[in-house]
Design a protein around this ligand. Structure first.
Ligand code: GRF
Length: 196
């Protein structure tokens, strides 16, 4: 018995790499493995990470993703049980949400419900947190539904926003929180929510 994960990413893939490493070096109760990388950006760093780990990757196109089958047949053919979004910038289409209902997780680099929604990604989020003068930020891991950054929260972690912080320095602190927590939270979610 193993649980195959597909990790969706659009950028550097540092979270994807931590998740791959975690399950490669950590004996999970349900033998969880990242067996597919899905990307929507040619040349994205995450594609190199897939290659370095001998994990097949799929470069997806907008037309099929949004107006076709959402690549569900590709995921099913790869025996994917759970979908992990890690810096994936496209909204998940209904076909995919329905096919993997309650089995898609996303990580957002802020304390939802604040600073979420369309256009709120990467440095735009950190700029908004700093501009608002918030003393605290953090990460939110949630189950994905048909709205941006909206589904049920399963985990949040917090960090300070320090005087003189820039979007880059806050982003670095947030990345540390993400890398330290996302793999473990995925494992706990699967152990509790995904049938054997
Ligand atoms: C992460 O901060 C994630 O929360 C956000 O996009 C960033 C992706 O970083 N949605 P990486 O590609 O995993 O390095």
């Amino acid at each position: 018995m193993s649980i195959n994960l597909a990790v969706f990413a659009s950028g550097a893939g540092s979270n994807a790499e931590k998740i791959i490493d975690y399950f490669n070096h950590h004996q999970s109760k349900k033998n969880i493995r990242v067996t597919l990388i899905v990307c929507n950006k040619p040349g994205a760093g995450v594609l190199n990470i897939a290659g370095n780990n001998n994990i097949p990757s799929v470069l997806i196109e907008k037309e099929r993703f949004f107006r076709g089958d959402g690549y569900v047949p590709v995921l099913k053919a790869a025996k994917i049980e759970v979908v992990i979004l890690a810096g994936f910038l496209w909204k998940v289409p209904t076909a995919l949400v329905h096919a993997y209902n309650g089995k898609i997780l996303n990580i957002h680099p802020a304390l939802l419900p604040k600073y979420g929604g369309k256009g709120m990604y990467g440095n735009f989020v950190h700029e908004a947190v700093i501009a608002a003068g918030d003393a605290e930020s953090g990460i939110t891991i949630h189950v994905v539904d048909e709205q941006y950054d909206h589904g049920h929260h399963i985990f949040q972690a917090f960090c300070p926003v320090l005087p003189g912080d820039t979007p880059a320095s806050l982003a670095a602190r947030i990345h540390t929180l993400e890398h330290a927590n996302y793999p473990r939270v995925i494992e706990e979610f699967i152990n509790h929510e995904i049938e054997d």
